[in-house]
Design a protein around this ligand. Structure first.
Ligand code: FDA
Ligand code: NAD
Length: 435
């Protein structure tokens, strides 16, 4: 027997964007029974960034319900009871395996059918696996990926089981640097392997990366650059024991954590919506070419007004804001009203050890660095400004205060003439900017 439930609004995916969308629906006046959130995860929406940071710490680790959305942006924590109180149906551990956008019906793996009037696609991304690239032995035990809380739980269990062992991290991007630090704090012998000539190459210049690489080295983390992992050896139990690098080196490993990028989860909608840049194409309201179907967060390729191009952003601030914008647009269109197009300044950040950086804008043009980039300094603090066509288009700050971070955000939005780097100096008043 097939069950079919009907809702005015359905959100597919129960991650960051879904949680912030739910809060916005309530702000806009949601009636009980109108909204369902369908998630394959077993828990209510939470702040995913915690998984590669505080969740992995040996002491005072973050645990649910402590980091349900919307605490990450200083908002109210939405516990499962909140959804019940608001009459929002939170369907957990429910994977949608078929989406028919024409007949407006989603089908779960157990055959449940969900009918919607308006759909928000918020399926996020999945990890890229080394097995997809044909890396030999990549299916050995104790090779971990990190996307969902269930992945983090498996890693935490193994951290406890393999105390003080050797960890190899494959990938020198966000996951690589954050998890590498967390594993070192757990007293593992940590080596990060990056196929690129420096870490976080998608954002950092070589000089910026040199600071972080130096800092990690001082913490006892080894970083091997410029060579990928090409294979793994396992013991008779099938547990990983060594990582083979392209340059011939072999690293002993009790645990491997892989962070080699993510892929937006758009498969369910293939052929039904327009796509661009591996994402679902939307307008400035996050509506797709199918009326009433919206896409937000990691999966959306949207008009980036500030740069007059189309982009996909895989970061939490955009997941939150795009979700809120889509909900406001949905409610406005129901009332025959209009809201402004999404006008976003990209914002990325990371935290590891005692470090904390923020980046706003676009990392194009010529970067100009200032401040103290000595990794052995007691309190290193430095920044960078990317200058294109004589204007500051991107700003970066390590170790800034909230006020200073707000100031560099304003600079990235205003794109002042680079001659006005003095403004940056004034706004970030405690910065010692020596150029
Ligand atoms: P998200 O991935 O949050 O949610 C998608 C949800 O959809 C998941 O619950 C998934 O299970 C569900 N789903 C997918 N397919 C489904 C289906 N067919 N049926 C049912 N449910 C389905 N960003 C940042 O700016 N700063 C940071 O510090 C970090 N840190 C960080 C750490 C880690 C470990 C990760 C993995 C990611 C980050 N990020 C980050 C990135 C940030 O978390 C990410 O951009 C947002 O979570 C994206 O939000 P979404 O809601 O789009 O997807
Ligand atoms: P990433 O794109 O940041 O980094 C991937 C790294 O892996 C890059 O350095 C790349 O050169 C390398 N790489 C790619 N293919 C490889 C291969 N075949 N072999 C070896 N190295 C390879 O991705 P990630 O660190 O895996 O993060 C996954 C997702 O989670 C991303 O969407 C990211 O934005 C998000 N995330 C964000 C944050 C943050 O914003 N602070 C933190 C954690 C995760």
């Amino acid at each position: 027997i097939c069950t079919k439930k009907s809702f005015k609004y359905v959100i597919i995916g129960g991650g960051v964007a879904a949680g912030y969308a739910a809060r916005e629906f309530v702000k806009q006046g949601l009636k009980p029974g109108e909204l369902a959130i369908i998630s394959k995860e077993a828990v209510a929406p939470y702040e995913r960034p915690a998984l590669s940071k505080a969740y992995l710490l040996p002491e005072g680790a973050a645990r649910l319900p402590g980091f349900h959305v919307c605490v990450g942006s200083g908002g109210e924590k939405l516990l499962p009871e909140w959804y019940a109180e608001k009459g929002i149906e939170l369907l957990l551990s429910t994977e949608i395996v078929k989406a028919d956008l024409h007949s407006k019906i989603l089908t779960s793996e157990t055959g449940g059918m969900f009918e919607f009037e308006t759909l928000i696609i918020a399926t996020g991304s999945r990890v890229l696996r080394l097995t997809e690239f044909g890396v030999q032995g990549a299916d050995a035990k104790n090779i971990f990926y990190l996307r969902e809380i269930s992945d983090a739980d498996k890693l935490v269990e193994t951290i406890r089981a393999k105390k003080k062992g050797k960890v190899v991290i494959v990938g020198g991007g966000y996951i690589g640097l954050e998890v590498g630090a967390a594993m070192r704090i757990n007293k593992f012998d940590v080596t990060i392997v990056s196929r690129d000539p420096w870490c976080m190459r998608q954002l950092f210049t070589k000089e910026i990366a040199a600071f972080y690489e130096g800092y990690y080295a001082n913490k006892g983390v080894k970083i091997i650059k410029g060579t990928p992992a090409v294979g793994f050896d396992a013991d008779t139990n099938g547990e990983v024991k060594a990582v083979k690098l392209k340059d011939g080196r072999v690293l002993q490993a009790d645990i491997v954590v892989v962070g080699v990028g993510a892929k937006p989860l758009t498969d369910l909608f293939k052929g039904q919506v327009d796509e661009e840049k591996h994402g679902i194409l939307t307008d400035g309201m996050f509506e797709t070419d199918v009326p009433g179907v919206y896409a937000v967060g990691d999966v959306a390729t949207f008009p980036m007004k500030l740069y007059n191009d189309m982009r996909r952003v895989e970061h939490v601030d955009h997941a939150r804001k795009s979700a809120e914008h889509a909900v406001r647009a949905i409610r406005a269109s129901e009332e025959g009203k209009c809201i402004d197009e999404y006008d976003y300044v990209p914002y990325f950040y990371s935290r590891a050890f005692n470090l904390s950086w923020t980046f706003y804008g676009d990392n194009v043009g010529d970067p100009l660095l200032f401040g103290d980039r000595d990794p052995t300094s007691r309190k290193p603090k430095f920044g960078a400004a990317w200058i294109k066509d004589g204007r500051i288009v991107g700003t970066f700050l390590e170790g800034g205060t909230d006020e200073e971070n707000k100031a560099i955000a304003r600079v990235a939005r205003a794109q002042p003439s680079a001659e006005h780097l003095e403004t940056l100096k004034r706004e970030g008043s405690t910065l010692d900017i020596s150029m």
